[in-house]
Design a binder for this molecule. Sequence first.
Ligand code: IPM
Ligand code: MG
Length: 373
Amino acid sequence: MSTMNIAVLAGDGIGPEVVAESIKVLKAVSTVYGCKFQFNEAIVGAEAIFKTGNPLPDETLDICKKSDAVLFGAIGDPYFDNNPEAKVRPEQGLLKLRKELGLFANLRPVKIFDKVAENSPIKKEILAGTDMVIYRELISGIYFGEKFTDNEEGYAYDICKYNRTEIERIAHLAFQAAQKRSKKVTLIDKANVLDTSRLWRKICQEIAKEYADVTLEYIFVDNAAMQMILNPRQFDIILTENMFGDIISDEASVIGGSIGLMPSASVGEQNAMFEPIHGSYPQAKGKGIANPIASILSAAMMLDHLDWDTAARNIEKAVEKAIESGIVTQDLNTDKVHSTKEVGDFIASFILDTEKNSYYNYENIKIGKSTIV
Ligand code: IPM
Ligand code: MG
């Protein structure tokens, strides 16, 4: 069996802590299922700027290009957030990486864990049964259009551009996904105002003809933001451009209970990258309070991509078990809080224990002596 080369870009803030738990879980998967991973670590973001002046050093990009998949942590640092005049920013590293690897489609599944729904700020009956996947275009639009700032005059702009190919390639993925699910694609746009949105509608209407079994619906982004909270069950496959996808997916994460639960996969023709949707949460850095589940579920999406579906399902099962058993971080449970590492330990132990798959020595975790250290 060939070894999978995984580029590990832990990044900033809580990135290294959550990625460490994913690697622990992948090692457990490796023991049980025999899949072999070679983890190649590389620097990115603020750490890379401080060390090399470049948020995406060539060496890092090279490691990613040669990998079978990239496991990404988080990016961003208050040092740069608080300094709008900084010319080099950590986020540029992530954006360049997405662009260079051609990761045009960002898939963000939103699913409800029953136990979490009980603590949601949204009513349980509204959440029940929600199950959607957001297909966010990732390497074009306003993020990548021409930018300009004239600080003297106090004048700046960012241009939003799309072309046919950029829309078509992700639209096809969304329609294909819809064929395997509830046969509906909802395009989120602002076609009442934006030319780019009208182009999206036109091209999606053409593509819809190739997928006779799939219904295409449209919704303006402002209304979508409202509907997402009023009635999230109406959505199944959401297709949208870069910026709207960024915003709507953070909103959708509230439905999922915590942004700390939301994984994502970014795919292109050659490469793929897996990262939680959350940011670097710098206030939590080093405190062991960050939820590792979004990263661990991103690792599960990576296994799906590498055709290790059984292992991926088992990670999901282990995550569900952790949530059901209350082995969760403070974002999900403020009564009995577990650390980042304890949550990772639980999930890895569950996977390793193939015999019972349910054994868990709660006492061990409590005193910090879990089976995997
Ligand atoms: C995301 C993040 C990034 C984005 C940032 C960190 C550049 O918010 O992946 O959603 O805006 O795409
Ligand atoms: Mg975002």
